[in-house]
Design a binder for this molecule. Structure first.
Ligand SMILES: NC(=O)c1ccc[n+]([C@@H]2O[C@H](COP(=O)([O-])OP(=O)(O)OC[C@H]3O[C@@H](n4cnc5c(N)ncnc54)[C@H](OP(=O)(O)O)[C@@H]3O)[C@@H](O)[C@H]2O)c1
Length: 274
């Protein structure tokens, strides 16, 4: 019987996940389909009942249900626990497990596509939302020299720093702003994890980009459009760039393995969404 997988969220129309997963199922000859489910919060409990009855075999979770999902699973991975968010739910030994593949997906994409070595580097992370929290955990695991966090709402950046204070590599975690020229001039890797740069959300000011030193790598997790305003500004300043689509594919590929126990063809998943 054809197995059903899917992504839940609201809104969900923009999701590229079905194209990616369905291409990987087809290539591996797996009899399964991956769909979009736009759900109201009041529909979550009955949807998870369907998963428990195995009418649905596994799901990805996007905004705004990554925290709420904790209520419906039996156990969570150390990644999901640390990030405080679940983006993947799958069955293991008849238990529903919540995991988070965002941080690992980002890291894999960064390392494979740019060969950037995080150890002993100075990182500036812009944003303090869910994606930032997941990425920050994965970065800390790689022992960078320092991570500075900037965010529009300072209190959220403070919360994020506080959240990871106990991590052994968190001693060099601090708060900053995009107007701190000294921090910018010392940055090896800048990562935008805010939603600025999405098609309908232009950056108010990108003049800070000219304050990075030559050789700074500018990474944007926004992937729609692929060439974001930030990455265009970085290229105009002769800086290397890292695109957001790779993270989308790699986090999806890790989820696919959790769903099926099989490694998907990542290039094919990439092709399916570009
Ligand atoms: N490539 C991928 O696979 C992938 C995966 C996940 C997410 N993403 C992208 O990452 C973005 C963030 O996702 P998320 O889950 O972290 O969202 P989130 O939890 O809602 O966080 C949004 C972040 O964006 C900031 N922000 C929003 N509007 C802003 C503005 N006008 N000016 C300055 N900062 C602003 C917020 O700052 P405040 O705290 O001040 O509100 C916060 O830091 C998404 O839009 C998506 O495009 C990509």
């Amino acid at each position: 019987m054809t197995k059903t997988y899917g992504v839940i969220g609201n809104p969900i129309q923009q999701s590229k996940s079905p194209a990616m997963h369905n291409a990987a199922f087809k290539a591996l000859g797996i009899d399964a389909i991956y769909k979009k489910f736009e759900l109201q919060e009041s529909e979550l409990a009955s949807f998870f009942d369907k998963i428990r009855k195995q009418e649905i075999s596994g799901i990805s979770i996007t905004i705004p249900y990554k925290q709420k999902a904790f209520e419906f699973v039996d156990d969570v991975s150390s990644f999901a626990k640390k990030c405080g968010a679940i983006n993947t739910v799958y069955f293991k030994d008849d238990k529903l497990i919540g995991d988070n593949t965002d941080g690992r997906g980002y890291l894999k994409s960064l390392l494979q596509e740019t060969k950037f070595n995080i150890k002993d580097k100075n990182i500036l992370l812009y944003g303090a939302g869910g994606a930032s929290r997941a990425i920050l955990y994965s970065l800390l695991e790689q022992n960078p020299q320092s991570i500075s966090i900037a965010n529009r709402t300072l209190a959220k950046a403070q919360n994020l720093c506080h959240y990871y204070k106990a991590h052994p590599a968190a001693t060099n975690l601090s708060l900053t702003s995009l107007s701190d020229k000294k921090v910018l001039a010392n940055t090896d890797l800048f990562i935008n994890t805010t939603s600025l740069g999405l098609l309908n959300k232009p950056w108010p000011d990108l003049s800070f980009v000219k304050n990075f030193k030559p050789g700074t790598l500018v990474s944007d997790i926004v992937y729609n459009p692929k060439e974001t305003e930030l990455l265009l500004a970085a290229q105009q300043n002769n800086l290397a760039v890292h695109y957001g689509l790779g993270m989308l594919v790699q986090q999806g590929a890790i989820a696919f393995e959790l769903f099926t126990g099989k490694s998907p063809n990542v290039d094919l998943m990439f092709e399916a969404i570009t």
